[in-house]
Design a protein around this ligand. Structure first.
Ligand code: ADP
Ligand code: 5GP
Length: 187
């Protein structure tokens, strides 16, 4: 299989979605896997675009049927990467981008040791909190859980091939684009 796998992880609110959406716009050779989740859609999110939004019952059914390459409970919901989606893309020679949590990332890189691992870090916890609050997508309880979990996730940054600090968006994006282009051109 010719395609390469890129994994992007990092705390909630670190800017993964903002960065990967920009990357996909300017890089048509890179296709993002669309995960299945039990989380409710946020305003503006579309079924089949950001995620496949399903009920907990449907998620468990898919899990039992072997639908996922990996799946995890993240915060209070379940998320899974569809296996077929990944293998189909790789067989077509496409480069695959996954935006998944640190636990799921470890499962994927054990299956695909050549996967390129990129960690997006917020400049500080205070800024992370500010950005999550301004996104306005979580209630207070979920927000606290995401911030608490961030401290644990940040400890995993050293396991990644690249760590990008999302200070100014343009700066972080340039770094991400440079890393991805470098890896795409590597034989
Ligand atoms: P994640 O996907 O990692 O949870 P998002 O991409 O949703 O994070 O970003 C969280 C919030 O922070 C969003 O409201 C986004 O617009 C904002 N954001 C992302 N990067 C920056 C940045 N460099 N400077 C300021 N705000 C940012
Ligand atoms: P959010 O609810 O903010 O979209 O995502 C919460 C967390 O779940 C993020 O860290 C995101 O990267 C992660 N995530 C999204 N899809 C998957 C997936 O398929 N598998 C795993 N393990 N994590 C995922």
């Amino acid at each position: 299989m010719k395609g390469k796998i890129f994994i992007i992880s990092g705390p909630s609110g670190s800017g993964k979605t903002t960065l990967y959406k920009k990357l996909l716009e300017s890089n048509k050779d890179l296709i993002k896997t669309i995960s299945v989740t039990t989380r409710l859609p946020r305003e503006g999110e579309q079924h089949g675009r950001e995620y496949f939004f399903v009920s907990p019952k449907m998620f468990q059914h898919k899990k039992r049927a072997g639908h996922f390459l990996e799946s995890q409970q993240v915060f209070n919901n379940y998320y899974g990467t569809p296996k077929k989606n990944v293998y189909d893309l790789l067989r077509q020679g496409k480069n695959v981008l996954m935006c998944i949590d640190v636990k799921g990332a470890e499962v994927v890189w054990h299956k695909f040791p050549k996967a390129i691992k990129i960690f997006i870090k917020p400049p500080s916890t205070a800024i992370l909190k500010k950005r999550l609050v301004s996104r306005g997508s979580e209630n207070n309880e979920d927000l606290e859980l995401r911030i608490k979990t961030a401290c644990e996730e940040l400890k995993k940054a050293k396991l990644y091939d690249y760590v990008i600090v999302n200070d100014s968006l343009n700066h972080a994006y340039q770094k991400l684009e440079t890393v991805v282009n470098k890896e795409l051109n590597r034989f």
